[in-house]
Structures are given as structure tokens and as C-alpha cells.
Design a binder for this molecule. Structure first.
Ligand SMILES: [Ca+2]
Length: 605
């Protein structure tokens, strides 16, 4: 096969095909920036220009990461005040707007009795790297009936208010119905004003239930199970609340910046999009914009909007996805798969907008680094025989790409049926990996040869995407043709011909009256079916009419059909007509009225 699908540079003639290109989220790899942050529960930037990250340890201390290393002295150590283990401990830190001028911050922890405490601490004197453990001022204490589902995040919104996400109090299936109980702070998103009066917190007058005494006035939204992580998109002010599921679904709730609050996110009437309580009255509920099932993960860890997409992960399966809105739909892509060794407990975003995450199980902190994604476009998807556009069922295609292979490589499929992955590379056709013939990088030139699946319907739009490891290209859409005839060449111009008399390569001029064989692709369906990636072992004729002309003179065709033993390749056996003129002539194969690009043949005198 390598002799037939000769690799060549991209031809200059590319027809303009109007195509839709879908944008895609960046794939990432992880770069370790710190170790020894055991059981990290939060990563926060004070956004004060210092470049520091504050790394929260569940056991009750906070470390500072600055200039590439963790400072020896903890920023804060309140281990003596807290209960830890399981879902308890020091769970979150938040810096108020204009922190540089304020020098105080907030933490969320479970105290010795297991109650949730929201407290303010201040710095020691002028030292920006040391907080005063004796400066605690408790703003809010919420009793917890069970040890789990304590929430843990604290976030200031774009409105300067402090948002506090509280879980439903724990156990399973919210036995005390806190999520839907209006006077309970559990199972809610709270919104309070901490900055207007430092002696106490205030209820913002525009909270949704301030005038309804059946609700606690702190409530901003209800119906949450355990909103362990939630964050605002710093660019838009939209809020993403990742709510940990019970038995079936992990969910992401989206609250646009325009929201005035009061959403009911459904728990425990519903878990994600699934009914939990009998009756399941969904009136007034706001359903998640995205859920994932147990096959993908068991405990969602919400993240941040990073380079235009919401990156989040799963604590148990170590997967990281990017979710983004396109029109009215949400598109979710896997961007990293760390496996079960990566226990993603929290994400962080530094002042420059870079994304971080913590591995709860080994104490490592990572920076996410964007992976160069494979790149190709529609004009780089061409017939493997002619390097001209045209996608037809069963045909062999070449894709010219970048960023698929790290080094010079020449991988050829070594068995039939053709594999669906070669060297970690896939060509996805409507999300299904297609049979691959070759994956080649030579210098900056990369090309991939694949077979178009037989079952594609002419006229349909087909979506192509490249995958290399976890990296994914953007998708490119093409229209399927019934046929796309193209003749393989011996070089850039000349047809590759085999003499039928002795099956040797015809290298010199050919004689009138002799029978020759050419190879082609894109000739459409045959009178025998063949599986994708497989070759027939016997002849099978094409269904459409074939005409072969040399120098404009039609030549008799003995056979036009499958090339037995080859995938996606046809052969045409023809006799050079006596009326063909001598010299260099154009050879054109016409299938059902569609001409192949011409190839040169030399006719002897
Ligand atoms: Ca929900």
C-alpha cells in the first residue's frame, strides 16, 4: 500500500469549500508546582499583585506559594480550632475586593463541634505573609446535623457580596429536607454583605427573599446538595455551581450575571435531571445545564472559567472536562484524564488567569498548561490519490495536519482490517474512529491517511476531528459526495500503471493495443459490500458507469471495481485504443459523468 499512497506536498490547487468550523476547548497537561500540601482543600489568589497563591490544608493551616515555592512559615495555623477528616476541616478562604488595602480575609471551617464557621482574620502588622491566628471574628455559625456535606467554598461575587455555599447537612438523600426548607441555611447559597460594617454582616437589601419572612433572608438560592465548589466567571460575572450528586448524577448549575437570585436548584426533589422524591413536582426548579453519570465520575469538583470554557473535574476518576456554551447548547469535552491517582479536590485561578488544581491524595499542586491541539482545515482534507478535495464513501483520504506528532514518524498499518488508532492518533468521523492507513511526520509536514466509512450518505454533512492522545482538534465539516474519482500516480503528474501482461510497473512509454491497470479511489459503491477497513479478496465491480479517455479517445474497459487485497482502492483494467495519439497525453477516468483529475501517460510512437 505504501507504494500506492505516495506522500506528496499539498497541491496548490485547492477548491474553495465553504465549511463550518466549531471552536473547541484547550486540552491541558499538568505541571507540578508544589508538593507537601497534604489534603489541599482550596487554592486562592488574593489578587493583590503579589503573584501569590494561598494553599489551604484541610487539617487547618494555610501555606503561601510565591515565586515558584512554598514558604516555610504558614500564613495561618488554626488547627486547634477545627475538626478535620472526612468532609470536615479548613475548607475555604476568600479575599475581599481590594484586599491589598484591607488586609483581612475570610475562612470557612468546621469547628470542634462540627458546625460550619465563617470567620474573618486579619494580618499581623505590616507582614503580608502572616495572619494573626488570634484575630478571629466569627460572622456566622451553622450547626451541621451530620459530618458530611459541609460545602466549603467562599467567594466574593462581582457585586462585592460574599457567597457562601452550604450543603444539605449530610447523611444521604437530605433526610431533614434542608435543601427545600426556607428557614434553614443548609442546602443553600447564601449572600451576605461583609464589607459595609465590620462589626457584623448585613443582609443585602436586594437579596431575593428579604421581604418574605418564610425564608431566611441570607438565602440567595436553594435546593443544593453539596456545592463544594462554585465560582464566578471573572469576565462575565456568571456563576457556575457544581453540586455533588447522590447516587446517579453530578451536576453543574449555571446562574447568569443577570440573575436576581431566588433559584431553586432542585435538591432533594431532584438529583440532576433525575426525580428523587415521589411526585417530583418540577414547577419553579432550575435544572442543571450539565450532568454526568457514574460511568464518568462519582464526585464533581467545580472549577473555573479558563480561556473561555468552564474547566471542572471529578474527585474520584481524575478526569477534567471543559464545558462551554455555544448558542443555546452546552458542549462538554474531556481535556485531561488523570485516572484514579489524581484526586482533584479543588481548582484555583491565579491573578494572570492561569489554572491550578490540587491532588488531594499526594499533596501535589499543578498548573494546567495548554496542549498544542492538532490543527487541520477543510482544504487539507483531500483524496489520497489526487490531493484534490472530495469525500466519498469508502475512499482513501489524506489529511494534512500540524501538532499531531511530536517527532518524525512513519507509521503504516501492518494488518487488515486497518486499525482505528495508529501511534495514539485517531481520525474521528462523526465521533467514530475511522480506519487508518498511515500516520506520517516528515519535518513540519504531517499527513494522515484514512478510509472514509462506507455508510456515509451522499449529501450528508460529515464532521471530522483529529485526536492525538487526549488532545483534540477542532471539528471540520465536509459534505459527502457519492463519488470522488481520483487516479493514483507514480509521481506528481504521471499515472501509476501496471502492465496486465506481466504485472510489472509500466515505467516507459506504453503501446496502443496493450492492456494496463490503473489504481483509483473514490469510485463509490460496488456490487459486493465490504466492511470499513477491510479488503475484498475477489473482484467486485463498481455500480456506476466508467469511461476512460487518453488524449480524449475512449479506451475499452475490461474491469472497473475493487482492487482485491487493498482497502479503499479500485482498479481499472483498460486497453489503450488504437486511435490514441502518440506522445504525452492526459488520462481521465469519468465515473457517472464526473471526471477525475487528469494524469499524464506517454504513448509510444
Ligand atoms: Ca440540582
Amino acid at each position: 500500500m505504501g507504494d500506492i499512497t505516495l506522500l506528496r506536498s499539498l497541491p496548490w490547487r485547492l477548491s474553495a469549500i465553504l465549511l463550518l468550523t466549531l471552536s473547541a476547548a484547550a486540552q491541558i497537561r499538568l505541571e507540578r508546582i508544589a508538593t507537601s500540601i497534604r489534603n489541599c482543600t482550596d487554592i486562592q489568589s488574593p489578587r493583590d499583585g503579589s503573584g501569590r497563591l494561598f494553599l489551604v490544608r484541610q487539617e487547618g493551616s494555610i501555606a503561601i506559594w510565591r515565586d515558584g515555592r512554598v514558604l516555610d512559615r504558614p500564613f495561618l495555623d488554626i488547627r486547634s480550632r477545627i475538626s478535620t477528616g472526612g468532609e470536615r476541616g479548613l475548607l475555604g478562604i476568600a479575599f475581599p475586593p481590594n484586599y491589598r488595602d484591607k488586609r483581612w480575609f475570610y475562612v470557612n471551617y468546621t469547628d470542634r463541634s462540627g458546625a460550619t464557621v465563617i470567620a474573618r482574620y486579619s494580618l499581623v502588622g505590616s507582614d503580608p505573609d502572616l495572619a494573626d491566628a488570634a484575630s478571629e471574628r466569627i460572622l456566622l455559625t451553622v450547626q451541621q446535623p451530620f459530618s458530611n456535606h459541609n460545602g466549603g467554598q467562599l467567594q466574593f461575587g462581582p457585586d462585592g457580596m460574599l457567597y457562601i455555599g452550604l450543603g444539605d447537612g449530610g447523611s444521604a438523600n437530605d433526610p431533614q429536607n434542608h435543601g427545600q426548607t426556607r428557614r434553614s441555611l443548609l442546602g443553600k447559597m447564601l449572600r451576605i454583605d461583609t464589607e459595609s460594617d465590620l462589626s457584623r454582616y448585613l443582609i443585602p437589601p436586594d437579596n431575593p427573599f428579604v421581604n418574605d419572612p418564610s425564608y431566611s433572608p441570607e438565602i440567595w438560592a436553594l435546593g443544593l446538595r453539596n456545592p463544594w465548589r462554585y465560582n464566578f466567571d471573572l469576565a462575565t460575572g456568571d456563576l457556575y455551581i457544581a453540586d455533588v450528586g447522590q447516587n446517579a448524577q453530578e451536576e453543574i448549575n449555571f446562574q447568569p450575571r443577570s440573575s436576581r437570585g431566588g433559584e431553586n436548584y432542585g435538591w432533594v426533589t431532584m438529583e440532576g435531571t433525575r426525580c428523587v422524591r415521589a411526585g417530583c413536582d418540577q414547577t419553579g426548579l432550575t435544572l442543571p445545564v450539565w450532568t454526568y453519570p457514574r460511568t464518568e465520575g462519582l464526585s464533581i469538583t467545580g472549577g473555573y472559567v479558563y480561556r473561555g470554557a468552564y474547566y471542572y473535574g471529578d474527585f474520584v476518576t481524575g478526569k477534567i472536562w471543559a464545558l462551554r456554551r455555544q448558542g443555546q447548547t452546552w458542549i462538554n469535552e474531556l481535556v485531561f484524564d488523570g485516572g484514579r491517582a489524581l484526586a482533584i479536590s479543588t481548582f484555583g485561578l491565579d491573578e494572570a488567569g492561569e489554572l491550578y488544581l490540587a491532588n488531594y491524595s499526594n499533596g501535589e499542586i499543578y498548573r494546567a498548561v495548554q496542549v498544542e491541539r492538532p490543527v487541520f482545515n477543510a482544504t487539507g482534507v483531500v483524496s489520497a490519490a489526487s490531493f484534490t478535495p472530495g469525500v466519498a464513501p469508502g475512499s482513501l483520504m489524506t489529511i494534512f495536519t500540524r501538532n499531531v506528532l511530536a517527532q518524525n514518524t512513519s507509521l503504516l498499518a501492518s494488518s487488515l482490517p486497518l486499525p482505528r488508532t495508529l501511534g495514539g492518533v485517531e481520525v474521528r468521523v462523526n465521533d467514530n474512529p475511522a480506519p487508518l492507513l498511515a500516520v506520517v511526520r516528515n519535518g513540519d509536514s504531517e499527513q494522515i491517511n484514512f478510509q472514509v466509512p462506507w455508510e456515509l450518505q451522499p449529501g450528508a454533512t460529515v464532521r471530522l476531528q483529529l485526536a492525538s492522545g487526549v488532545a483534540r482538534s477542532e471539528s471540520v465539516e465536509l459534505t459527502v459526495n457519492p463519488i470522488a474519482p481520483a487516479i493514483f500516480g507514480a509521481n506528481a503528474t504521471d499515472a501509476l500503471l501496471i502492465r496486465a501482461s506481466d504485472f510489472t510497473l509500466a515505467t516507459g512509454p506504453i503501446r496502443r493495443g496493450d492492456t494496463h491497470i490503473l489504481y483509483a479511489t473514490g469510485l463509490g459503491l460496488m456490487d459486493l459490500p465490504v466492511a470499513n477497513g477491510a479488503a475484498l479478496s475477489q473482484p467486485a465491480r463498481i455500480r456506476r458507469s466508467a469511461i476512460l479517455r487518453i488524449g480524449g479517445v475512449a479506451c475499452d474497459i475490461d474491469y472497473a471495481g475493487a482492487a482485491p487485497g487493498f482497502v479503499g482502492v479500485y482498479q481499472v483494467n483498460f486497453r489503450v485504443a488504437n486511435a490514441v495519439p502518440a506522445g504525452s497525453q492526459d488520462l481521465v477516468l469519468t465515473i457517472d459523468g464526473t471526471d477525475s483529475p487528469g494524469r499524464k501517460v506517454l504513448i509510444s510512437n
